[in-house]
Design a protein around this ligand. Structure first.
Ligand SMILES: Nc1ncnc2c1ncn2[C@@H]1O[C@H](COP(=O)(O)OP(=O)(O)OP(=O)(O)O)[C@@H](O)[C@H]1O
Ligand SMILES: [Mg+2]
Length: 247
């Protein structure tokens, strides 16, 4: 497969004390690709995302974003964080700021946009996630699904090259999950490069180019969704799928 790699991990290892949480991880995500990461609790999915966004350091190996190795620290790191957006399970919005200000804040602070230009961009993005009418509300006045869509708009406001999602719908009531997944599907259709940790197998089947299955800090399978779901090759994946597809 000819890919134009945007995110490349080579032989990445990470320890928490004695615990080897990422073991020789090799992963390439092409520009415009959507990779869904699944696996049992504690397998290292969140640590993988955090390492790519440099919220965690790694002990060995290389992580390259758009041809540039991750800088260790300093200004380059802030720039890189802005290039790879992250959306978490908890929305982490500023409670005392309006929806509009939540989306504009980092544009002004990190991207050095003027407040007026930032607000215009924020309104476009709020429109895109279906929340144009809620710009002047505070987060507590929105549902969980709406708050998560604000968090997505906020991530998009940095004009990231890629977005990482770590269980973006896990804290949501079931009726709100779809509105968030629909926004993510639209981003995928628009060509956004995304790594998505999720338990939503419907999303994995319909929106992912590849499914990466992790267990005990290793990438055990890296396949197109159809192959993964119909004929997982490892016992770990078979076992995992039989558990989650039962309910
Ligand atoms: N800051 C930390 N310090 C020590 N150990 C950690 C830390 N963060 C994670 N771990 C451990 O690293 C392993 C991988 O954790 P991680 O959060 O990446 O797993 P996960 O696949 O995201 O799990 P889950 O599905 O429960 O979110 C786990 O054993 C976890 O307890
Ligand atoms: Mg996790």
């Amino acid at each position: 497969m000819a890919v134009d790699p945007l995110i490349e991990l080579r032989d990445v290892n990470k320890y928490f004390g004695e615990l080897h949480v990422l073991q020789d991880i090799n992963l390439t995500v092409g520009r415009g690709e959507v990779v869904v990461v699944i696996g049992p609790s504690g397998s290292g999915k969140s640590t993988l995302c955090r390492a790519i966004n440099r919220l965690e350091t790694v002990e060995s190996g290389s992580i390259v974003i758009d041809g540039r190795p991750l800088p260790a620290e300093g200004k380059g790191l802030a720039q890189l964080r802005a290039e790879v957006g992250m959306v978490f399970q908890s929305f982490n919005l500023f409670a005392h700021k309006t929806v509009l200000d939540n989306v504009s804040l980092a544009q002004v602070k990190v991207r050095k946009r003027k407040k007026g230009a930032a607000d215009r961009r924020s309104r476009e993005l709020l429109e895109r996630v279906g929340l144009a009418a809620h710009a002047d509300k505070f987060p507590a006045q929105l549902s969980g699904g709406q708050q998560q869509r604000v968090a997505i708009a906020r991530a998009l406001a940095m004009d990231p090259k890629a977005l990482l999602f770590d269980e973006p719908t896990s804290a949501l009531d079931p009726e709100m999950i779809n509105e968030v997944l629909e926004v993510m599907r639209q981003l995928a259709r628009d060509g956004m490069t995304m790594i998505v940790v999720t338990h939503e197998m419907g999303f994995a089947r319909s929106a992912a180019n590849r499914v990466v299955f992790m267990a005990d800090g290793c990438v055990v399978e890296d396949r197109v969704p159809e192959d993964f779901f119909t004929s997982p090759s490892s016992d770990r994946a078979k076992d995992f799928l039989s558990k989650i597809l039962k309910h």
